[in-house]
Design a protein around this ligand. Sequence first.
Ligand SMILES: Nc1ncnc2c1ncn2[C@@H]1O[C@H](COP(=O)(O)OP(=O)(O)O)[C@@H](O)[C@H]1O
Ligand SMILES: CC(C)(COP(=O)(O)O)[C@@H](O)C(=O)NCCC(=O)O
Ligand SMILES: [K+]
Length: 262
Amino acid sequence: MAFLALDVGNTRLKWALYEEPQVGARLISHGAQFLENIESLGDGDWSRLPTPRWVLGCVVAGDAVKRRVEEQLELWDVTPQWVVSSNAEGGLVNGYDHPARLGSDRWVAMIGARQRLLAHGPARPCVVVMVGTAVTVEAIDTQGKFLGGIILPGHGIMLRALESGTAGLHVPTGEVRDFPTNTSDALTSGGTFAIAGAVQRMVENLRRHCGEAPVVYMTGGAGWKMAPSMSTEVELVESLIFDGLLHIANRRLNLAAVPQQR
Ligand SMILES: Nc1ncnc2c1ncn2[C@@H]1O[C@H](COP(=O)(O)OP(=O)(O)O)[C@@H](O)[C@H]1O
Ligand SMILES: CC(C)(COP(=O)(O)O)[C@@H](O)C(=O)NCCC(=O)O
Ligand SMILES: [K+]
C-alpha cells in the first residue's frame, strides 16, 4: 500500500514513494522536478511507479502550483491531502501568533526533527535550518514547543538582489573564503556567512532561553552546500520533511483505522 510524500517548495517539487505510510518504511523511489517541469511528472517519472494508495504533501508555492500538481496526480485514483500547520501535532506545540500561517514545510520539517531527536536520545532544545529558495531557522525548546523562527533570503535570491540593485556585481560564482579578495568570492562568502551567522545567532538565543546547547539539524536543496561552512556543529538530514510527512501519515492513518466507538 504505497505512500507518496510531496514537498512543493518555491523552486522544486520533491517527491518520495514509500512502501507504506509508516515511520521507517522502505523508500521505493524518489526524485525532484523544477516547478516549470511539473507537467512532465504524470507521463514521466510518476508513470513508472507503483500506484500510491495515499498522498500527503506540504506546498508553499501557491494555489496555482498546487492545482498543477493535483492535475498530475489524476494519473492515479487518489485524493491528495495537504498539511496545514496546526496548534499541535506530532509532539510539537506551535507558538506562532497565527499557527495556520506558518509555512507547512517549516511545520513538517520541525515534526520530523522532533521525532528524530526523541528517537536518538533524551529531549533537548533543537534548531531546524532549511536552506531552500528562502532560508528558515526555527527554535524548538526541550518540551517540543516551537518558540519562533526567522526567514531570510536564500543564496540565489541574495545574489539576484545584489545583481539587480548594483552595476558592478555581475560575476561568476566564487568560493567561500575567510577573507575574500575578489568580487566572486566576496559575494559567495557574503551569502554563506549571512546564513551561518543567522544560524549561530538563533543557536545562542535558544541556548540562553533553555540553558542547554541545542541540536542543530539542517535540510533543504542547498543544505549540503551550506553545512561545511557553519560555525556551529550541524547534522545534515536531507529527508527531514519526508520524515515529518511519514510521521503525520502514520499517526493520521492509524487513528483512522481505529474502529469507531458506538
Ligand atoms: N540539483 C539542484 N537543482 C536545483 N537547485 C539545487 C540543486 N541542488 C541545490 N540546489 C539549490 O537548492 C535551492 C532549492 O532548494 P529546494 O529545497 O528545492 O528549494 P524549495 O524547497 O524552496 O523549492 C536552489 O536555490 C538551489 O540553489
Ligand atoms: C518561508 C517560506 C517562503 C519558505 O519557502 P521555501 O524556501 O521552502 O520555498 C515558506 O515556508 C512560506 O511561504 N511560509 C509562510 C510564511 C511563514 O512561514 O511565516
Ligand atoms: K522547502
